[in-house]
Design a protein around this ligand. Structure first.
Ligand SMILES: NC(=O)c1ccc[n+]([C@@H]2O[C@H](COP(=O)([O-])OP(=O)(O)OC[C@H]3O[C@@H](n4cnc5c(N)ncnc54)[C@H](O)[C@@H]3O)[C@@H](O)[C@H]2O)c1
Length: 446
């Protein structure tokens, strides 16, 4: 079995390794020559547990190699798997330029008998359009001369190797034969349980529905958190109880949702639904609530501590997940400009990023390490380094209030150090809130 994996990134490379370790001869294709050179030298260009060792072994054994020449690799392949990103345009629509370019490169090398399986998350209907592009570019007939499948990648970075074989691998095809062929391929070469859901569109919707569910679930948790704050209940303390009825599966409230998946893919559904004359209202509201959490956090700081105008703020964490150096759609990008708009001087600390990297992403680097600190600390990422802070020392160095955006700290420990503790989903120490003004209410609703 000869397999090409197009896109040797955080997902494509582990998937290529997995096919290869299960007996396929795999060529990883990437436009980035540094990535290709690293793979061919047995060096792993991504940060993913278990992959560096596996990659070295497979490259030395001759079953995995890399190239920038996609058409040539495709020409030698029985199966072509696509894992290049589809991100958002400025208008929050799917930007399919890269995957269309990849599809044209595949078409240039496509032979009769090949199965092309798209794993990149796509708006419903896109794979069928890409199949037509493959046919147009190759002169072959889709579903007759070659097969097309969609099989969403649903694993999580940093857990990829274990999840690749544990998660159910969903497949759908342009034809029932293509779906059955994808089912057999993934069962044998991925080694995961496979569920054939039939059509391309069904498989595309599986991924989108899962992502929208997650985003809306978090939005609901955020709304419950806002309410819990008002009624004097710590939502984190009761979450287990909420989820103990065998029905609810409420996620955690937080300061916002980042990453290249959860805040992105709901728009694939939203925009496509609009084009089809339907308003995906809950999906849209979920996005709005989650993106408004940053404002909500700053509102609480202003209400429970004081105005941000003239104050110093240190945001802790750029990464959208703990211990992960990835910042796409990080809530830090919402927090910093909004705090600045309110007149604060904003610094950002993240132990995984150098000062130059932080500057390159538009932030002024700050540090918890030494010296005088700003009055306001806002926790955006629950990095382990932030888990065991000495709050008494922070108070001595000028901190007055902390906003715990990830329920990482003990409110009692922070308050014992003389600091104001404000936690997402947690009530203020004294429930003496004034009724909120019309502007705040309008913002919360927006
Ligand atoms: N990263 C995740 O946590 C995750 C989780 C689940 C699913 N996914 C899916 O995987 C897809 C890929 O994500 P990723 O994290 O691997 O992205 P990535 O940015 O880590 O890697 C993408 C790779 O594709 C390469 N590439 C770009 N254009 C190309 C072209 N024209 N030809 C060949 N290679 C090209 C890039 O150089 C890069 O190495 C996402 O769009 C998503 O649908 C990602």
């Amino acid at each position: 079995m000869n397999v090409s994996v197009i896109g040797a990134g955080k997902m494509g490379l582990p998937v290529a390794c997995q096919f290869s370790r299960n007996g396929a001869t795999v060529t990883a294709c990437d436009v980035n020559t540094a990535v290709v050179e690293a793979i061919n030298a047995g060096r792993c260009p991504i940060d993913e547990p278990g992959i560096p060792e596996l990659l070295g072994e497979l490259v030395r054994g001759g079953s995995l190699s890399a190239t920038t020449d996609t058409p040539t690799a495709v020409r030698r392949s029985d199966v072509v798997v696509v894992l290049v990103p589809v991100l958002l345009t400025a208008e929050h629509d799917a930007d399919t330029a890269t995957i269309e370019a990849v599809t044209r490169a595949i078409a240039a090398g496509l032979r009769p008998g090949t199965l092309v399986s798209y794993e990149t998350t796509l708006p419903v209907g896109t794979t069928r359009r890409l199949a037509a592009l493959l046919a147009e570019g190759s002169g072959l007939r889709a579903g007759v001369d070659f097969d097309v499948a969609f099989s969403p990648e649903r694993v999580k970075s940093q857990f990829v190797l274990e999840r690749l074989t544990e998660n159910v691998k969903v497949v759908g095809g342009l034809t029932p034969e293509a779906a059955a062929r994808a089912e057999a391929f993934y069962g044998r070469y991925l080694g995961a349980p496979v569920r054939n859901v039939g059509t391309l569109e069904a498989a595309e919707l599986v991924k989108l529905a899962g992502m929208v569910y997650r985003d809306v679930n978090i939005a609901l948790a955020n709304e419950m958190g806002r309410y819990a704050e008002r009624v004097g209940v710590d939502l984190h303390a009761i979450l287990d109880a909420v989820n103990s009825d065998g029905e609810a599966a409420l996620l955690l409230p937080g300061i916002g949702v980042g990453g290249h998946c959860t805040p992105v893919y709901p728009y694939f559904l939203l925009r496509d639904a609009e084009r089809r004359g339907m308003a995906a209202e809950l999906t849209a509201v979920g996005r709005r609530i989650n993106d408004a959490q940053a404002c909500w956090a700053l509102d609480r700081v202003e209400r429970e501590w004081g105005p941000l105008a003239g104050a110093g703020v240190l945001v802790l964490g750029l990464g959208f997940r703990p211990e992960v150096k990835e910042h796409v759609s990080s809530t830090a990008f919402l927090l910093a400009p909004e705090a600045e708009r309110r007149g604060a001087r904003v610094l950002l600390d993240d132990p995984l990023y150098s000062d130059d990297e932080l500057r390159a992403h538009g932030f002024t680097p700050g540090s918890l390490r030494d010296g005088q600190l700003p009055e306001v600390l806002i926790l955006n990422t629950a990095h382990a380094a932030y888990g065991a802070l000495d709050f008494a020392s922070l108070a001595q160095r000028g901190v007055r209030v902390v906003f715990d955006g990830r329920a990482l700290w003990s409110a009692a420990a922070v308050r014992a150090a003389g600091l104001v503790y404000i936690g997402v989903g947690r009530p203020a120490a004294q429930q003496d809130w004034q009724p909120v003004g019309a502007a705040t209410l309008a913002q919360a609703r927006a």
